[in-house]
Design a protein around this ligand. Structure first.
Ligand code: AR6
Length: 171
């Protein structure tokens, strides 16, 4: 039986099979959750990311967790919001799908997401959260491996939006 949880937490503290990083195309670190993950994981993560050589928007790559309590980091690059008519919703959905695909390929049982693109990249949280939840529900309905999806929020708006979407799941 799979579950979806929305919690108030710094994602770097979670001992799950993988935490997702809202990265940029270089995969070489940045601010926001990306900066927090690289700081907590230590320089070994940056070394591993350097070998990957970047990632296109809407795609994802997996690495080890290094000094994090999480076993893996799945790095995905969300779209920068440019008004919503430049493929942003499709690219954000693709980020979630690619993360789930990697989780499945690596037999992961638990994964934690931040609100991809909802910080520096400016995606409206209400729209982003609907996409995140829809992709999660769709994936969980077809996997036998993944058991727990956690949304780790440090942002009140995002947490409220995701919480609002949760009750609809049991309808
Ligand atoms: N734990 C959980 N959520 C967090 C944490 C944390 N430790 N830190 C921030 N958030 P952002 P983006 C939330 O800006 O919009 C970076 O510089 C935050 O409140 O981290 O995809 C990258 O290198 C927000 O709700 O990611 C890229 O250049 C959400 O995580 C760019 O920012 C995402 O905010 C990516 O922008």
């Amino acid at each position: 039986m799979s579950s979806i949880k929305v919690i108030r937490a710094d994602i770097t503290t979670l001992a799950v099979d993988a935490i997702v990083n809202a990265a940029n195309n270089s995969l070489l670190g940045g601010g926001g959750v990306d900066g927090a993950i690289h700081t907590a994981a230590g320089p070994g993560l940056l070394d591993e990311c350097r070998k990957i050589g970047g990632c296109l928007t809407g795609e994802a790559r997996i690495t080890g967790g290094h000094k994090l309590p999480a076993r893996h980091v799945i790095h995905t690059v969300g779209p920068i919001w440019r008004g919503g008519h430049n493929g942003e919703p499709e690219l954000l959905a693709s980020c979630y799908r690619q993360c789930f695909l990697l989780a499945d390929q690596n037999n992961l049982k638990s994964i934690a997401f931040p609100a991809i693109s909802c910080g520096a990249y400016g995606f409206p949280p209400n729209k982003a959260c609907k996409i995140a939840m829809a992709e999660t529900v769709a994936f969980l309905s077809k996997t036998d491996t993944l058991q727990q999806v956690i949304f780790a929020c440090i942002d009140n708006t995002v947490e409220t939006e995701l919480q609002k979407l949760l009750p609809a799941l049991s309808d």
